[in-house]
Design a protein around this ligand. Structure first.
Ligand code: ZN
Length: 250
């Protein structure tokens, strides 16, 4: 295993997911950071797609909301409606698969922790500040932690030396295609953004490639036909605002 494709927050958006996997080159293994379902119109198809990829997958709040593992009172109205719709159309085997997903995964040999929200609170915490990142750096061991949940790609790094001793991480912009070379002793908290519903103002699907042999990772953005997903959401009667926001990337 050397090259890993990392995806998060697919949210039942099959055209976005298949655009990402077509775009990705020479991937040996896929990791998925949760919220595979919710919001979008293809839950069974996206789960089948992940199973075909053999993706190592953790649970997200929507995944558990759909199968009753989390109370839907914690979701806003549109998210709740989409979760209820998903629960109605979901195959029984897929519901079982979602219910059985772990909250944390550490794939063997990779030195990485996978969570949906954060190491501190895998299902719910949004890491949106250096302070939140600093607290979470103390809660994983290896050089790498990958998360999702915010739908905004982000990169925090903790260099070795004085900054690490002070526990003050550095936030770096995550431009499309930009490669981060990992340095000895440096640690990274990487939010892989969202495949199926980006919220950073760029509506293109987002994913990350990690090369564990050469020691680098890179963010990528991939355009897909958003109107296809919107049309299917309309057919299924899913909330209009959820369809509209896909085109805005908000
Ligand atoms: Zn999500």
């Amino acid at each position: 295993m050397s090259r890993i494709g990392i995806i998060a927050d697919v949210h039942s958006n099959l055209p976005a997911l298949s655009a990402v996997t077509s775009h990705a080159d020479r991937i040996d293994e896929w990791w998925c950071l949760g919220d595979t379902v919710g919001y979008g119109p293809w839950p069974n198809e996206c789960i089948a797609f992940l199973k075909r990829l053999g993706a190592k997958t953790v649970a997200g709040n929507h995944d558990l909301g759909v199968v009753g593992g989390i109370s839907l009172e914690r979701f806003n109205r549109d998210a709740r409606i989409a979760c209820e719709w998903t629960g109605r159309v979901l195959d029984a085997t897929d519901a079982g698969w979602l219910a059985g997903l772990p909250e944390r995964l550490a794939p063997t040999g990779a030195g990485a922790l996978l969570v949906h929200g954060s190491p501190r609170d895998p299902l719910w915490e949004y890491i949106l500040s250096a302070e939140a990142a600093a607290a979470n750096f103390k809660l994983f061991e290896g050089a790498l932690c990958f998360n999702g949940h915010s739908h905004v790609p982000a990169l925090y790094s903790l260099p070795s030396g004085a900054r690490a001793a002070a526990g003050v991480p550095e936030a770096t912009e995550t431009a499309d295609g930009e490669v981060t070379r990992m340095r000895d002793g440096e640690r990274y908290l990487v939010n892989a953004g969202s495949v199926g519903q980006p919220r950073d103002g760029d509506p293109r699907a987002c994913y990350v490639v990690l090369d564990t042999i050469d020691g680098w990772f890179a963010f990528h953005r991939v355009a897909y036909d958003i109107s296809v997903t919107q049309a299917r959401m309309e057919e299924e009667g899913l909330p209009v605002l959820l369809a509209r926001r896909l085109a805005l990337g908000r």
